[in-house]
Design a protein around this ligand. Structure first.
Ligand SMILES: [Zn+2]
Length: 95
């Protein structure tokens, strides 16, 4: 998956691939009605910095973020929220 900017990543990326320390920042930005929202520029830059060191991510010079999602076996689904891979017959128990 490719995200053009850090903002796009924060808005659209599956929740499980957001680093743990940034999940609340992500929620703040996705649901500005629920939370007080300031610019958070420094937080976004820190997130970008951390993604740079993550195995599954590549940050291009133009700011694009590439997320390499690991493949899952046929017939299995991945929970968008926690990243668990399971057979999809019931809702993931993370909720
Ligand atoms: Zn889950």
């Amino acid at each position: 998956m490719i995200y053009n900017t850090i903002d796009e990543f924060i808005m659209d990326a599956p929740f499980y691939c957001i680093p743990y320390d940034f999940k609340s920042l992500c929620l703040h930005i996705r649901y500005p009605d629920l939370y007080e929202l300031s610019d958070r520029y420094n937080d976004k830059m820190e997130l970008l910095h951390i993604l740079q060191d993550e195995q599954n991510f590549k940050i291009l010079k133009n700011g694009k973020i590439i997320f390499y999602e690991t493949s899952i076996p046929y017939g299995m689904v991945r929970c968008n929220n926690c990243g668990n891979v399971w057979d999809g017959n019931a809702q993931c128990d993370c909720f």
